[in-house]
Each structure stands twice: as C-alpha cells, then as structure tokens.
Write a protein that binds this ligand. Sequence first.
Ligand code: AHR
Length: 521
Amino acid sequence: MKGLHRSLALCLGLLTAVPAWGQDAAVSVKVDQPGPVLAPEIQGQFAEHLGRLIYEGIWVGEKSSIPNIRGYRKDVIEALKAIRVPLIRWPGGCFADEYHWRDGIGPRNKRPVGVNTNWGGVPETNEFGTHEFMEYSELVGAKTYVNGNIGTGSAREMADWVEYLTSPSNSTLAQTRRANGRDKPWTLDWFAIGNETWGCGGNMRPEYYTDQLRQIRTFIKPAPGQPTKIIASGGNSDDLKWTDVVMAGSANMIDAISLHHYALPSFGRATRGTWKDKGSATEFGESDWFALMVTATQMDDLLTRHSAVMDKHDPKKKVALVVDEWGNWFDPTPGTNPGFLEQQNTLRDAVTAAVNLNIFHKHADRVRMANIAQMVNVLQALILTDGPKMLRTPTYHVFDMYKDFQGATQFPVTVTAPKYSYAERSLPAISASAARAKDGSILVALTNIDPNTAVTTAITLDGATASTVSGRILTAPAMNSHNSFSAPETVKPAPFAGAGLNGTTLSVSLPAKSVVVLVVR
Ligand code: AHR
C-alpha cells in the first residue's frame, strides 16, 4: 500500500499497522503482550490404515530388505524425529470406526485378515496393531492419540482398549498385554470417541451422537496418573450446529472437540465445484492456485466461528478445539489406486501449510492440536516412499522450519497486506505469526501467497530488544515445483538473506510464493 491509499487509511484510522514508506506491507508483533503457549501438538500428524501409509510407509516388517528397526522403516523414523513430530493420531479416520483392536494384538501370524472397506477394499493383515503403534510412537518420540470405534464398536470394546493400554494392575487385560510383550502400561495421551460420526462414523445426528458420547464417556477410565484427554467427534468445516449440540450436551465431560476441514481447489473456484473434479496436485494454473488459497484460508473464519459457539458453553475455554484432520485434497495421482488417496506435493502445498500453521497460532487459545492429513504417502503427506526410496515433500520442509514454534509463547500479530487479486477476487497476500521460542529468541513466520509479486514488509517488534536476524526461506521457480524420487531436493529451504534489522524494526523482502521463518535475537 502506498501514497494516497496509505494516507487515506491513516485519516480514517483504519490501520493498526501501517507500512513504512517504501514498504508494501506492515506486520506489527506485540512482543509486550504475550499470548498462550503454542501446544506442540499443533504440529501433530495423522496416520490412518489407508493406502501405503502404515504398510510400506512406516511398517515394512522385520524381514524386509528396507533398513528397519524391528519392522519400522528407519529412514522415515529419522525424518520424523528430525522435525520433532509431537503426536500421532491412529488408526483413523474412517478406518477407526471399523477397527476392532483385538484383531491387532498377539502373534502377528495368527491375527485375522480383514478388508479395508473404506480405502480400496484391500486386505488388512492387522500386522500393525496396538503394540506396534505404541512402540512406533515411542521410537519417534511422539505423544499418542488413539481413535476409538463407536460406529461398529461398543462402550465395552473402547473401555477394554483403554484398560489394556493403561492398566498397571493384574487384571486379565493387563496380563494379556504383558503376555503379548509389554509389561509396563503405555502413556495414552488422547482418546477419541468416534470419527466423523456425522458421516463414515455412523451417519448420526448430533443429538444422537451426544447421547452416545455421554454414555460411553462414563465408562472410559484410563488408569490413575494417565494424562489421557477425551476428544468428542466434531463437525465438518462449517457445521456449527454440530459443535453447538455436542458442546451443549457434553462440555463438562470432554477435554476437546474435533474439527475437520480439507482444502480442495474445486471448493474455491468461482463456480463452486464438487468432490468429483477436485483438481490435479501438479498440473494446475493460477486459477487453481488461487482457488486453493481461498479454501485453505477459510480455516481462519471457521476457527473463529466454531470457537464462538464453544464460548457459549465453555467461556473459560477449558475444552480444546482440535483440528485433527486438515490439509489439501486433490485428484489421486494418475495410475494409482484411487482408494489410496496418493497425491504429489508441490510448493503450493507448502504455502498453504504455512498459512494454516499461522492460523492455528492465531487461535491458540482454543486450538491445542492439529493433525495434518496425512503423515506418509496419503493426501498432503510430509513424506513419500517408493519401495526403498524416501523423499521429504515441500510440506515436510515447512514443518521443519516451524518446529521451534512448538511450545513457544504466541505474540499477537496485526498484518496490513496488499491484495493478491485474481479474476476479480482477492485475498491478503501476506500471512504471518510470531512467538517467543523456548530458547528466548523471537520467531516470525511470513508467507507470501501471491505467485507473481514480491512484497516488501516492515515488521515492528513492539517491546522487544533485538540485535541480530537470521532465517530460512522455502520457495521455487514454479508454482508446481516439487520433489520427485529422481530429484528429491528440488524444493528445500535455503538460508534467507532478505531481512534487515534497524532497532526493533525488520525490513523483509518476501519473494513471490515463498515461506520465510526469521529468528530474531
Ligand atoms: O483423511 C482421509 C479421510 O478423510 C478420513 O479417513 C476421514 O476421517 C476423512 O473424511
């Protein structure tokens, strides 16, 4: 914003952050007004029995020629540890409401084989079950989120599962766990009562689900000392009624309610499209770039509206809003099983990942977990594998750049940005968030969603002391630049030299379609 527009805005008192002369955008970071701690779980992951996620993506079996630790592929564990994955949600998704945990314990060669009816109708060998998930989480260093089965399960089945996982007693269930190789109880951090119960989890109405939830919740009894928090199955995108009814009926019995929101280019098109023609992950023009930005950035408004509904029933914000499924959903990669939801991941995904993390930071007073869908080989995956090969996607690199936000203390941020316009519609070009990292440094994350125009930004750090700035940038020549198995490092972060510090004001030159994270000391 320059000249006349800026003066006009000043006269009207419209701006809380005003670009300095010669700057296109302004970001004001209120270092003197620290907000909530950013739950590390905001960078959580989702691992469903779907396609090549569990089988091949993380579990290859002890006899595999792919290097593994007791059957879990090593390269993926190392990549996940490097970004400090804070939490993994398992076993679904839609799969959860057809999963019977007893099928996945005991000797592997004796476990029953089922059919994964939701995802491609392929056999489910149950080789990866409760012990494998809990052990895997320990190897990665992640907290555990187990999603219970309300659709085809029962209160008793869920209560037994929780006892099996957490009981230090000599009960038959605890002894069975010991006989299966685990003496000490595991730590169960989160447990959900159903998934998408308005859809694949049982096509329930919110009133019916709420009654079920209340009944089942009564019998979920983690052993004393366990940190287990209980999650209610929440609404989809803008289904505020669901949140209202569930909160009205159960706010005093739950620790969190979930929200799912997927971004599809088709949903952001000028003429709103459908799930059928979502759009390609790699073959797209600016029209679908813009459309995806529209539907991805809707998350901000959704969180505001769902939080407002929750405030009616829980003004002290005891109940968390957990976005336990979010991310981009495109047409499957041609030639793959459509039920496997495989898609490539480009710079466009990195940009929307960063924008969403910024939105979660803004809403950290309510949002205490968010799990991108999904961790490996499915939807907006952080990691792709092909037999023994593995690559880190652009989305992975965003999580790497943001990892120090885990446990940091949020600062309120005001952004005044130029518009990114396309076909007579527009969005703010800049998204930002900021926080005090655990080591005392100030982190500032900036994304320029405009694929054509660089933006010069003035960032004021109100109330800070600062002497140095460094950072990293993720960008690439094309909107659809991506990593492939023959060129796995096409898109990766680089040191960023475009930021200057003058007192407590930063001047940053943000290239088109870029993600930057700055560290100010
Ligand atoms: O992430 C894929 C699917 O999307 C999940 O199984 C389901 O919960 C959602 O509809």
